[in-house]
Write a protein that binds this ligand. Structure first.
Ligand code: ZN
Length: 491
């Protein structure tokens, strides 16, 4: 499928409607997604945008677009409660752990990237860090000051939202009315330095105990949280670029403020298509540390959380998330994940069956028509659940051909193999699970044989042999769990 033939439509959160995708610079696409603030382990709420924008990245590449995908790492400036006063989230963690803030940031960004790798999320083209772009952020603050849309107060620089809103529209993305925001926040905010509660810090004066600080024309301080994304997206994608993504919770005030900063500094709207993934709930509840339902990805992979009935393979999590459209909410439950696991296995079994199918002279299934439906699903704002439904239609056909109930000719079989594999692996980004991937089927069978011999040794009270097999398999990374019938294993 070439770019010309394709009719991709995506939902633009700014216009609140689906629009035909037309990149600013032809086949070159600039995409920026807000990444994590690295002060703790990634959880299901991080997997969602990781996978949602990976699907978009993969599909655009499949259509032969040249995508420059930037996903930042927030390692400075994100204060507690997303406010513009209080302690830095990373500095706080560092203080509690008695480590350098950059040790915290490095440790959790490494773990985040490991988790994303496990979920088969492709690495972005650039993963810039906020702390590595302080100069760019200062320059942007200066531009906003020069343009008259910011003011200084006690060494901090605040964005003048009220003044900006007289000329432009602060609230156009989130649909908020600034008068209402002012009405609701005027008395609640204890910050005296800024003129209006709706104003936000683009540069903050550092209090004496604040560790992460840089010298600036306005004194020693650090950038406001919204500033990094404006500065880094401009640096790597230009003043105007195609797609800006992130979680729905970032739409206001983070993304709203990004628009205002870029318009104030550069005089133009930064983003053509704003895209937001919806949230993950757990048994119908919002996720949160205080609710005790905050499950990290590592806990999912190992099953080590009280709410989890078992461990879940990364591909089960990925498939589970792809079964919902990115703009719908996803509700986690063990039942839902177990159903996803079954669905995923069914799909993987079909891949193997398809590989062995034999063509006939006659044909009962129009693969080209099915293939067009798959593309239509993805062209309709990346509708992965509809695509998955089409894949399961094909699974039925594949199994019927195997059972001899349907026939498929060479031409259709070849197209089915290419398209089925490309939608499953290249576009949805699934892969065969760890067991088959790291050892292959043969290794799995050999391990089963070794464990059978060990079981027989134990029955014969030959403990030396049983222990030897166990120890050597353990050395190879095979974890063995004894059961009544014998043993279970995992890599
Ligand atoms: Zn951001």
């Amino acid at each position: 499928m070439s770019i010309k033939e394709n009719k991709l439509q995506l939902y633009n959160s700014l216009s609140r409607k689906k629009e035909v995708f037309e990149p600013i610079k032809g086949p070159h696409v600039g995409m920026y997604v807000c990444g994590p603030t690295v002060y703790g382990d990634a959880h299901l709420g991080h997997a969602r945008p990781g996978i949602a924008f990976d699907l978009i990245f993969r599909y655009l590449k499949h259509l032969d677009y040249k995508v420059r995908y930037v996903r930042n790492i927030t390692d400075v400036g994100h204060l507690e409660n997303d406010a513009d006063h209080g302690e830095d989230k990373i500095a706080k963690k560092a203080r509690l752990e008695q480590l350098e803030p950059m040790e915290i940031a490095q440790y959790f960004s490494d773990r985040y990237i490991d988790n994303m790798d496990a979920l088969n999320v492709l690495r972005p083209s650039i993963q810039p860090r906020a702390s590595g772009h302080i100069i760019e952020q200062m320059e942007m603050v200066s531009k906003i000051l020069d343009a008259g849309f910011a003011y200084e107060a006690k060494g901090s620089i605040y964005f003048d939202v009220v003044k900006y809103n007289k000329k432009h529209n602060y609230g156009k993305l989130s649909g908020r009315n600034i008068e209402d925001v002012l009405e609701n926040t005027r008395d609640l905010d204890g910050q005296e330095d800024k003129r209006e509660s709706v104003d936000f810090a683009i540069w903050k004066n550092a209090s004496p105990e604040h560790i992460m600080r840089w010298n600036s024309p306005w004194g020693s301080g650090f950038p406001g949280w919204h500033m990094e994304c404006s500065a880094m997206s401009t640096k790597y994608l230009g003043e105007q670029f195609d797609i800006h993504g992130g979680g729905l919770d970032l739409r206001f005030p983070h993304h709203e403020s990004e628009i205002a900063q870029s318009v104030a500094a550069n005089g133009s709207e930064p983003v053509k298509y704003w895209m937001h993934n919806n949230m993950v709930t757990i048994d119908g509840q919002k996720m949160g540390k205080s609710l005790g339902n905050f499950i990290t990805l590592d806990e999912f992979f190992t099953g080590s959380h009280k709410l989890l009935a078992q461990a879940y393979e990364p591909m089960t999590i990925r498939f589970f998330i792809l079964q919902a459209h990115y703009r719908s909410t996803v509700d986690f439950s063990n039942e839902a994940l177990q159903a996803s696991q079954k669905g995923y296995e069914k799909l993987m079994n079909a891949v193997e069956t398809l590989d062995k199918l034999k063509a006939s002279d006659t044909n009962d299934f129009d693969v080209a028509q099915w293939n067009r439906k798959c593309y239509s699903a993805m062209d309709d704002d990346f509708n992965s659940p509809i695509l998955i439904a089409h894949l399961f239609d094909a699974v039925k056909i594949i199994n019927s051909v195997k059972d001899g109930k349907l026939k498929i000719n060479t031409e259709n079989l070849e197209l089915l193999k290419t398209a089925f594999n490309s939608f499953t692996f290249e576009i949805l980004g699934l892969r065969k699970d760890e067991k088959s991937q790291s050892g292959g089927e043969l290794s799995a069978k050999l391990i089963d044989i070794m464990l059978k011999i060990r079981h027989e040794a134990k029955l014969n009270k030959d403990w030396a042999t049983a222990d030897q097999i166990r120890n050597q398999l353990t050395d190879l990374g095979v974890q063995i769990k004894d059961t009544k019938e014998g043993a279970e294993w995992q890599l």
